[in-house]
Design a protein around this ligand. Structure first.
Ligand code: AMP
Length: 395
């Protein structure tokens, strides 16, 4: 796996695909600069080598050129985070852009305008990718968030740099973390799968079942399993067309010696709101008119003991409706258990979908070993899919 550490960038122009798809407020100020911070190590390494950086990214989902999606809005923030005044050019291909790149000196950074102002970016147009490829000597992909897309700047472009292409340090770290959990893991390995629906996690379960020792199930999908096993789930979230599938997963796990832990008790509510009436009951004895919105204390104890013994932990999805304070406790307790296990030497990876939001909201981001920066890309990695952005650098 070639990374930026295999190159000396002295007097070289690095064309870097970053993921600067950051949230902006109504005044077009960046409200969360995590993604810019994440790209910093790659940019600094190249500048310190004596090279220059041409940064390309998308922002939002513009339909053609839309001022509100201009990357001009983030120039000051990128300059502040990197500590270098960033130059900007108001397109990403063409002679003006090529001229701006030609004038770029060692130690300088040029940010290109939003790639998605050209529809050819998302369609993966080869001619557009070739135009982009003129803007650097070495192509660096550091955008995990778009690694599952076969776009011009994330995958197609790599063919124009047969020797001079590599991963940035963020993308390399993402690949290493997934590998550490799924392929080179220290046992026992525990995957926590929470969130809303079984249907969105089934491919993950099928892919990881050969690689883990324990699967902890939480969140809304609990109730499809409980109902399939004959329990009463009241008005809890359920996918009735997935009952057979839930039984199939339980059978599959049994056959492979994988332990599946389901919640034994639940915090139930008489409606889907933070100030609903609540009580704690066994997960398979939920009365009609009530729905399970979080795991209960016995479940937390059970899950804690499993996490405590684990050496590798993957966490995808909250254990309850964590957005409401009344139903956040199970997710917080799980975070505390993963924090403690990590302090005891376990490797913990959080990623995919909503998990990152939960982890950030409760301040666990610094307490786990690694928080993935790519929701969809992480999910597809866990599903065992080949990501075009990664494949294009490797092959
Ligand atoms: P996902 O994107 O699949 O990880 O799902 C995350 C969502 O699942 C969050 O918005 C949670 O509020 C929701 N969720 C978690 N537990 C439950 C539950 N018991 N009932 C309904 N929704 C839930």
């Amino acid at each position: 796996m070639k990374t930026i550490n295999d190159f000396n960038f002295e007097n070289k122009k690095a064309l870097i695909r970053v993921d600067f798809n950051v949230p902006l407020n109504n005044e077009f100020e960046v409200t969360d600069d995590t993604r810019i911070q994440s790209a910093k190590p790659t940019i600094i390494k190249i500048l310190e080598d004596g090279g220059s950086c041409v940064l390309m990214s998308h922002l939002g989902r513009p339909k053609g050129v839309e001022e509100k999606f201009s990357l001009q809005h983030i120039v000051d923030k990128v300059s502040e985070v990197i500590g270098v005044q960033v130059k900007f050019v108001n397109d990403c291909v063409g002679t003006d852009v090529e001229q701006a790149v030609a004038e770029l000196k060692s130690g300088e950074i040029l940010l290109l305008e939003n790639l998605r102002f050209h529809k050819e970016e998302e369609s993966g147009d080869v001619a557009f990718a070739e135009q982009l490829s003129k803007l650097g000597d070495v192509y660096v992909n550091d955008a995990f968030g778009t690694a599952h897309r076969a776009h011009a700047s994330t995958a197609v472009i790599a063919q124009f740099f047969p020797e001079n292409k590599c991963f940035g340090s963020l993308l390399a770290k993402e690949i290493e973390s997934i590998d550490k959990v799924l392929n080179n893991s220290e046992k026992p390995v525990t995957a926590v799968l929470g969130g809303a629906k079984v249907s969105s996690k089934i491919t993950i379960i099928e892919n990881i079942i050969d690689k883990v020792d324990n699967i902890i199930v939480g969140g809304g999908m609990t109730f499809t399993f409980i109902k399939a096993m004959g329990g009463s789930i009241g008005n809890s979230l359920v996918e009735d067309d997935k009952l057979d599938l839930a039984l199939h997963i339980l059978q599959l796990a049994k056959g492979k010696g994988v332990q599946i832990y389901l919640p034994v008790d639940a915090v139930i509510a008489d409606n889907f709101s933070n100030d609903a009436n609540t009580q704690i009951v066994n997960t398979n004895e939920i009365p009609d008119g009530w729905m399970g919105l979080d795991v209960g204390p016995k479940t937390n104890e059970l899950f804690d003991s499993v996490i405590n013994k684990s050496k590798t932990i993957l966490w995808n999805g909250p254990l309850g409706v964590f957005e409401m304070e009344s139903f956040a406790k199970g997710t917080i307790e799980l975070g505390n258990a993963i924090d403690a296990a990590t302090q005891n030497g376990a490797f913990s990876l959080v990623g995919g979908g909503d998990s990152v939001a939960a982890v950030k909201q409760f301040g666990f981001a610094d307490k786990v070993s690694y928080v993935s920066t790519g929701g969809g890309a992480m999910l597809e990695s866990l599903e065992g899919k080949t990501l075009p952005g990664i494949d294009a650098i490797l092959n």
